[in-house]
Ligand binder design. Structure first.
Ligand code: NAD
Length: 246
């Protein structure tokens, strides 16, 4: 059985990614600090006949990441796929941005991606193959006011993806990233944009496809990157309904 690790897989886009890999026959290992949501997700997968495990872990902690990989290898085997999906947002006027808040966003979004990739790549290298997909954001390419921490972390993920793709190719490991546009999840639903019908309608009109994204749009792309895109590495796949080309 192939094995997929999904960080932040307890809910939102990560849950859809975990479900997509499980439905494709992967054993799925989820790392997430939200225990209740994590257990719900693996119960859901198991109810469909899939194989899944949950590890309570914060991706910014080297010890937690090491624990996640150790438990995954012991229970399911070494990973064939890793999706670095865990991420936090942060919006504050730039003139009020605190260094500690900037560091926290970078620690989860960027350092977490590096730590999980390194730990998984050690196991993938030993068997000579693997695929890593990092979830960046269109915020790496275009910005809105007051989103410096998030934008910097996601821009860093795009550059980290290039660098890791070059370093890990020799071990048979491909590394790509996906930059979603607006996806209907917890963040989007609770944002000012969704609460205000005008903003919500504006968001829809912003997309040439006429809708905001769904978690499954991203999940299917992750699966394609890992299963089928054997000659693709170091790429940033923008999945945004055409928003950034408009
Ligand atoms: P979400 O908040 O619904 O889910 C994020 C998950 O990550 C949660 O289960 C949370 O518990 C987990 N998480 C948070 N901190 C963690 C940590 N330190 N270690 C491990 N897990 C942690 O968010 P989402 O909208 O599903 O976003 C998922 C990813 O997609 C994020 O990286 C986000 O930046 C990115 N993204 C989202 C959108 C969007 O519109 N929703 C757009 C572009 C990019």
């Amino acid at each position: 059985m192939a094995v997929a690790c999904v960080s932040g897989g307890a809910q939102g886009i990560g849950r859809a990614i975990a479900l997509a890999f499980a439905r494709a026959g992967y054993g799925v290992s989820i790392a997430d600090p939200d225990r209740q949501a994590g257990l719900e997700t693996i119960q859901w997968i198991r109810a469909e006949g899939g194989d899944a495990m949950y590890v309570n872990a914060d991706v910014s902690s080297p010890d937690d990441v090491a624990k996640w990989m150790r438990l995954t290898e012991a229970e399911l085997g070494p990973p064939d796929a890793l999706v670095n999906n865990a991420g936090i947002g942060h919006t504050v006027p730039f003139l009020e941005l605190k260094p500690e808040d900037f560091d926290r966003v970078l620690a989860v979004n960027l350092r977490g991606t590096m730590l999980c990739s390194q730990a998984a790549a050690r196991l993938m290298a030993a068997k000579g193959s693997g695929s890593i997909v990092n979830i960046a954001s269109t915020r790496a390419l275009m910005s809105e006011p007051d989103s410096e921490s998030y934008a910097a972390s996601k821009g860093g993920i795009v550059s980290l993806t290039h660098a890791m793709a070059v370093s890990l190719g020799r071990y048979g490991i491909r590394v790509n990233c996906i930059s979603p546009g607006w996806i209907e999840t917890r963040d989007w639903q609770y944002s000012e944009r969704a609460e205000t019908p005008v903003h919500s309608e504006r968001d829809r009109l912003q997309h040439p496809v006429g809708r905001v994204g769904r978690p499954d749009d991203i999940a299917e792309a992750c699966l394609f990157m890992c299963r089928s895109a054997g000659f693709v590495t170091g790429q940033n796949w923008v999945i945004d309904g055409g928003m950034t080309i408009k």
